[in-house]
Write a protein that binds this ligand. Structure first.
Ligand code: NDP
Ligand code: 8X3
Length: 250
């Protein structure tokens, strides 16, 4: 089985790549940081003896997505499992105070990047009448909180696109799932706060956030269900987080 994982240089994507390799998937790992991809490829090959293809590109650039996917060697042409994970929040301010460039980064990565990759990989799944797509959405795909209008908008779009894909692809035997987590400590908040590590750390103060392994566990659960079972969406939060507004911090 071959899996294609976007955003495998960090956080969820990296943990999912390791987990899928441990389940004997050959993996295509993607992201913009080539060194991290190469290190991960080495580690996966030596720890799990699977085939690994690192592809370095920016999901916001459809021409680069196309070139990367067209460059895949024959043994990777068939993608059985697509994990659309690459994404980010950029900035956390009221709508009127945000930079338009941050809005564009979020929409171009979280929504358009997901569309570009899916559009390129789905035809093979349709031709084989088999495949599974897992989109990483968020609690922000279901709730909207202050200072998160465009990030929440982008993840609402991911949730709607997931439902639409499921409807359009069901007749080809393709499963479409999503995972919608609350707070998970990765590089996510550092990027959201433009590199301010103190602000990023404060997001998780007084509680135990989820970690990337919890997301890898969720992916493992989804992909190991019997053929007749499709998991539509899994919501998971830290035990101390009720929703985006209410957390019990100690
Ligand atoms: P990280 O910042 O740790 O990882 C993000 C990954 O996305 C990196 O591998 C990064 O790779 C990749 N990425 C970002 N922009 C691009 C781009 N333009 N082109 C290619 N790859 C890109 O964050 P997480 O692991 O936490 O986030 C993964 C997903 O989970 C995101 O979609 C996020 O919205 C979602 N999520 C996160 C939550 C959290 O609390 N952490 C909760 C719910 C959902 P590189 O920089 O090398 O390109
Ligand atoms: C990231 C989680 O709570 O910041 O998707 O929206 S949250």
């Amino acid at each position: 089985m071959n899996a294609f994982i976007t955003g495998a240089t960090s956080g969820f994507g990296r943990a999912i790549a390791v987990r899928l390799a441990s389940l004997n998937y050959n993996v295509v790992i993607t992201g913009r940081r080539a060194e991290r991809l190469d290190e991960l490829a080495k580690q996966l090959r030596s720890d799990y003896s699977v085939e690994v293809l690192p592809l370095c590109f920016d999901v916001r650039d459809n021409a680069s997505c196309t070139k990367a996917i067209e460059s895949m060697p024959a043994n990777f042409k068939q993608i059985d499992l697509l994990i659309n994970n690459a994404g980010l929040a950029a900035g956390a301010s009221p709508f009127n105070e945000c930079d338009l460039a941050d809005f564009e980064r979020m929409i171009d990565t979280n929504v358009k990047g997901l569309l570009y990759i899916t559009k390129l990989i789905v035809p093979g799944m349709i031709a084989r009448e088999a495949g599974h797509i897992i989109n990483i959405s968020s609690i922000a795909g279901f709730e909207v909180y202050p200072n998160g209008s465009v990030y929440c908008g982008s993840k609402h779009a991911v949730s709607a696109i997931t439902k639409g894909l499921r409807i359009d692809l069901v007749k080809y035997g393709i499963k479409v799932s999503s995972i919608s987590p609350g707070m998970v400590e990765t590089e996510f908040s550092i990027i959201r706060y433009h590199g301010d590590e103190e602000k990023a750390k404060a997001v998780y103060a007084g509680l135990t956030p989820l970690n990337a392994e919890d997301i890898a566990d969720t992916v493992e659960f989804i992909v190991t269900r019997p053929a007749h079972v499709s998991i539509n969406d899994i919501h998971l939060n830290p035990a101390q987080q009720a929703n985006t507004y209410i957390s019990h911090r100690k």
